[in-house]
Design a protein around this ligand. Structure first.
Ligand code: HEM
Ligand SMILES: *[C@@H]1O[C@H](CO)[C@@H](O)[C@H](O)[C@H]1NC(C)=O
Length: 526
């Protein structure tokens, strides 16, 4: 009897113990989460967040949280914050109105501050740039990019890699062929390939991707690839897939719970597999380079890098290692293909939808260059309208709506608010590019935004390549490519929608905003 009571008591005790242990553990986790997220005095204000997940569900699963709201026949980018269960949509504009131009959110584990408006964006990216030079590292990037390369690196590695890439890019014009000649040559191949379509409907996506990527390949690998090359088509598909898988829900969940998601199936696993394939492609090309490498004559970026590795081989602190070579090469390929090709696709789409603007561009090209001479960068001065159209494509295409995130390097103060080291900083380029106070018709494609008395007019509230020392490394290259490709295509073809098909400005959300799958007719000009 007594022993029975005893074991009952023991069982009760054990049960009680377990429950209180669990309760205690939960309380501990909540407290730890709360303490971890406790923000210092003068931290920028923001909406309330949930334990463990922060504002994750309000941010929506799509990383860039953008939603299409067709209105007046134009597309309006309205990033949204649907709260998971209720489907209530809270717009970012409203949050900015309520909390101000420095707005704090909790992105999973990351404290995140959104910067709105030109004065504060310049404060962060230019005047105080030293304090905002790092990149935050989400678990998914930690897995793929590591801390190597150009885009995701920070500190000393970034400085070294960036300086080297910039100077090498500048020298390429390498050897015999200038960069401009490489682009012109590729533009020629592109027009040939499009001519083969004979004015019939076709999807311009991969031909354009191929042409744009070839410019980077010619710089990094020392060669271009034929548009029929099956292996290269596979590489381009990989690049394209990677850029939108990263925005998937599973990848975002991986960012939130990497230790759990690591063991679960999903698109994050696909991403990792594709990433490995991509690396393999690049390391094979590097091996080929090593075989016939001549240190006295660098043919391309990889050769120049191998030379740098050899030069620094004694120094343990040097970032010039083979992993960094693979990553920097991949970064150039990733950053240099998708962005420029997406912008060019937006350009053709906008002009097919706006035939009167296309006619004006063609008239200017016919007048200033004629129909047979190949356009060159020097022609840009004489083509203000065409130049304005390209700028307007950047503005409306708005392919990186929230720029590329930065991270605070050392505790600092902006506009009276305290930003501790490690805070993730997002600058809202959409707000800048669609600011009704800055643009006459913010949501309509209108090249007049960049014209004054028929001359090209620069605009301050226009930062598609960002600004400051960590702005886009490929801006000059991208601008040259876009100008030469675009004018070459306009010189040779008129782009229009296929009969009985309506073109849409809907977009696909990935790392960039890109047009949804569509077809165009490229009618040869007489
Ligand atoms: C339409 C074309 C392009 C656009 C709109 C664009 C835009 C951007 C933006 C907004 C950033 C982030 C800058 C920042 O953090 O402040 C960036 C970074 C970068 N871009 Fe581009 N880009 C384009 C083309 C290119 C091309 C052709 C290359 C090839 C060389 C390139 C290479 C890079 C690299 C390596 C970075 C990382 C720089 C760093 O972290 O230091 N981009 N780009
Ligand atoms: C960025 O600005 C746009 C335009 O004002 C706004 O709709 C959007 O919600 C903002 N996004 C964020 C994340 O604040």
């Amino acid at each position: 009897m007594l022993s029975a009571l005893g074991s009952l008591a023991a069982a009760l005790w054990a049960g009680f113990h377990l429950r209180s242990l669990l309760l205690g553990a939960v309380a501990f986790l909540f407290t730890a989460d709360f303490l971890k997220r406790r923000r210092p005095k003068n931290y920028p204000p923001g909406p309330p967040w949930l334990p463990f997940v922060g504002n994750f569900f309000q941010l929506g699963f799509k990383q860039q949280h953008l939603q299409l709201q067709p209105s007046h026949g134009t597309k309006i980018l309205e990033p949204f914050f649907p709260s998971g269960e209720t489907g209530r949509v809270v717009s970012g504009t409203k949050l900015v109105k309520k909390y101000g131009n420095l707005l704090s959110l909790e992105f999973g584990d990351f404290p995140l501050v959104i910067v709105t408006g030109l004065p504060l964006i310049k404060e962060v990216l230019v005047h105080q740039e030293q304090n905002f030079m790092n990149r935050p590292m989400a678990p998914i990037q930690e897995y793929t990019f590591k801390k190597d390369g150009l885009i995701m690196s920070s500190g000393q590695t970034w400085k070294e890699q960036r300086r080297f890439a910039l100077s090498t890019l500048r020298n390429f014009g390498l050897g015999k062929k200038s960069l401009e000649e490489r682009i012109q040559e590729e533009a020629y191949h592109l027009t040939e390939a499009i001519e083969e379509e004979k004015g019939q409907p076709f999807d311009p996506h991969f031909k354009i991707n191929n042409a744009v990527s070839n410019v980077i390949c010619s710089i990094t690998f020392g060669k271009r690839f034929e548009y029929q090359d099956i292996q290269f088509q596979e590489l381009l598909k990989l690049l394209d897939e990677i850029t939108y898988i990263e925005a998937s829900m599973q990848c975002q969940l991986y960012n939130l719970f990497p230790r759990i998601m690591k063991f679960l199936p999903g698109s994050h696993q696909t991403l990792f597999r594709k990433w490995e394939k991509l690396k393999l492609f690049v390391s094979r090309i590097i091996e080929e380079h090593k075989r016939d490498w001549n240190p006295d004559e660098s043919r391309d970026f990889i050769d120049a890098y191998l030379k740098e590795i050899a030069k620094n081989s004694g120094s343990a602190s040097s970032g010039f290692r083979e992993e960094n070579l693979i990553c920097s090469t991949l970064d150039l390929l990733l950053a240099g293909t998708e962005t420029t090709s997406t912008t060019l696709r937006w350009a053709l789409l906008y002009l097919a939808i706006n035939p009167e603007i296309q006619e004006k561009v063609q008239a200017e090209i016919d007048r200033e260059i004629g129909s047979s001479q190949q356009p060159s960068i020097a022609d840009r001065e004489r083509l203000p309208y065409t130049n304005a159209v390209i700028h307007e494509v950047h503005r409306m295409g708005n392919i990186l709506p929230l720029n590329v995130p930065r991270e605070v390097v050392a505790d600092t103060t902006v506009a009276g608010y305290y930003l501790p080291k490690g805070t993730m900083i997002v600058t809202n380029l959409t707000a800048l590019h669609r600011d009704p106070a800055e643009w006459a018709t913010p949501d309509t494609f209108n090249p007049e935004h960049f014209l004054e008395n028929g001359q090209f007019k620069k605009r301050e509230s226009f930062l598609p390549f960002s600004i400051g020392k960590r702005a886009c490394l490929g801006e000059q290259l991208a601008r040259s490519e876009l100008f030469i490709f675009f004018t070459s295509l306009m010189q040779k073809f008129t782009f229009r929608p296929p009969d009985n098909e309506k073109l849409s400005l809907e977009f696909r959300m990935g790392i960039t905003i890109s047009p949804v799958k569509h077809r165009l007719c490229a009618v040869p000009r007489g």
